[in-house]
Every structure is written in C-alpha cells, then in structure tokens.
Design a protein around this ligand. Structure first.
Ligand code: PAF
Length: 280
C-alpha cells in the first residue's frame, strides 16, 4: 500500500492511474477503522476498483471541542488493517495540509441539514460537505463509498455531488453490526464493556418502533413508550427517534408504503454519542 501525507504527491501518483484509465474507488474515513469501514473497502475492491482510503479526523465537522479531542485515533492499527486487506493507497493528511488557510465556504442544505443530526450538531454537515468536496477534488474518484449508518450524511453528500456536478457514482453500503445487533462505529471504542452492552438498546428501540409502525401505529402514539423503554437505564439519553422519507428527510408519522422510509435514532450512552438507523 502506498501512503501519502501530501496532496501534491498523492495527486501526481493518481494522475498516472487516471491516464492509464484505471477506475478509482474512494473510501473517506476518520480512522479508528472497524469491520464497517472494511466492508466499504471490500465493496470498492469487489468492483475491481483501484482503492484509495483516506483517514482524516476533520476538525470542521466537530461542533464540540471535547468530542474532537476524544475521537479515537488508532493510526498504526489502521495502517496494519489496510495493508492486510490489500488497500492500494492510504491518504493521511494533517489538518494543516487540508486547511492550508481558514476556510471561508459554508454549505447549507435546506431541509436536509436542519433536522435530526443537524438540529443537535449545528455546522456539522457544512464541515462534512467541505471536507468531502475537498477530498473529491484531491482524489477525483470514479466511485465513492459511504456507510448507511450515517444515512443523513449520505443524503447530504448525494445533494453535494448533484449540486457541484462531481463526476462520480456514490454507493451506500449497509451497516455492519456486532452479533448482538449493535451498529459498528469508531465511537464504540470509547464505550466500557458494560456500556457497550447498554448501547444495544438503540437497535432494539429501532426494531421495536418498526414492529409497532408496521402494525399501523403512529410515531406520535409510540414515542413516549419507546423513550421510556430506551431510557430505562440512567446512562442512556435519547436525543431523537425520527421516521423520515429516506430521500427528502421530511419526517412522517406512519408507514403508508414501504421502501422509501428511514427510521433514525441518536443519543448518549454515558458520555458517548451514538447514532443508528434502519431502512423501512
Ligand atoms: O463518515 C465519516 O467518517 C466522515 O464524516 C467523513 C465522510 C469521512 C468526512 O469527514
């Protein structure tokens, strides 16, 4: 695996691949890699793409300084994992390399970035869009792979790609779960073994909500009961549980038709904030 820390050298290297018409698959990450990330890389490799992974903990998308400080960083282990699975290129820039000057650009995605995560993390999606746009310009991939776990992020990146005419195909890869159902996340690294078990309640709440909704109940009817179920332990605090149109993210109250909805949850297990969702 070739490892680059500078934009210039990475671009020069990838230009040769472009000239040779070798299609590039790109998996942007913030490191602390787990099986979920590896499934994104596998999806790229399965398509026979020359696969580039980036690891960059993007300060612009953290609206909370202690969250940025505590975000898990496991560079040596990440490099080993990527070598092992045969990733072709790793781009691992410093913050100074990506933000050579203070960015002036702000993104807003009306309707998409002021709900769910956007309502609790002001500026988060502007920071995500900024770094993803920068990385797309640097890598110029033909395909880019994102996790379904960050469904709202995926929806916003789809809008970004449309709005800015990025010439690439986006892929949302299904969420990888632990055997017990807990969605894999870099943030799980920060959970104690005890809280890792408690965190299961997020997926259980989603499944319970889905069953009730499929039985004809409305979100308004079931929300109080589900909140009580999820917050049964004092370490769990739910921020939102929302049923939404999976393309427009407009919230809806009932399931009238399947295959176009997403049920999203976010909250805290102790100090650690987690999100999860299921497509309905
Ligand atoms: O999903 C993530 O890990 C990040 O938000 C991303 C897309 C790599 C941008 O920093």
């Amino acid at each position: 695996m070739d490892i680059f820390r500078e934009i210039k050298t990475l671009k020069a290297f990838l230009r040769k691949k472009k000239l040779a018409q070798i299609p590039i698959g790109f998996v942007p990450t913030m490191g602390a890699l787990h099986a979920g990330h590896l499934s994104l890389l596998a999806a790229s490799q399965k398509q026979g793409l020359f696969t580039v992974c980036s690891i960059f903990v993007n300060p612009a998308q953290f609206n909370n300084a202690s969250d940025l400080l505590n975000y898990p960083r496991t560079e040596n282990r990440d490099v080993e994992l990527l070598e092992k699975i045969g990733c072709d290129v790793l781009f691992i820039p410093s913050a100074e390399e990506i933000y050579q000057q203070k960015p002036g650009l702000n993104f807003s995605f009306p309707g998409l970035d002021n709900v769910m995560e956007g309502a609790f993390r002001p500026g988060h999606f502007s920071g995500v869009a900024l770094v993803v746009a920068k990385l797309f310009h640097i890598v110029e991939p033909d395909h880019a792979f994102f996790g379904q776990k960050d469904w709202q992020q995926f929806t916003i990146i789809r809008q970004l790609v449309d709005d800015l005419n990025f010439n690439l195909t986006l892929h949302a890869v299904p969420t990888m779960r632990e055997e017990n159902g807990l969605a894999m996340s870099s943030r799980n690294e920060r959970l104690s073994p005890e809280n890792k078990i408690k965190a299961l309640v997020f997926f259980q709440t989603l499944k319970l909500a889905e069953a009730e909704l499929l039985n004809g109940k409305t979100m308004v009817e079931i929300l109080p009961k589900l909140k009580t179920f999820a917050e049964n332990d004092q370490d769990i605090k739910i921020e939102y549980l929302t049923l939404a149109n999976r393309y427009t993210l407009e919230s809806v109250n009932t399931i009238k038709e399947k295959n176009h909805l997403v049920l999203c949850i976010a909250g805290f297990v102790g100090e650690v904030r987690l999100i999860d969702n299921i497509l309905i």
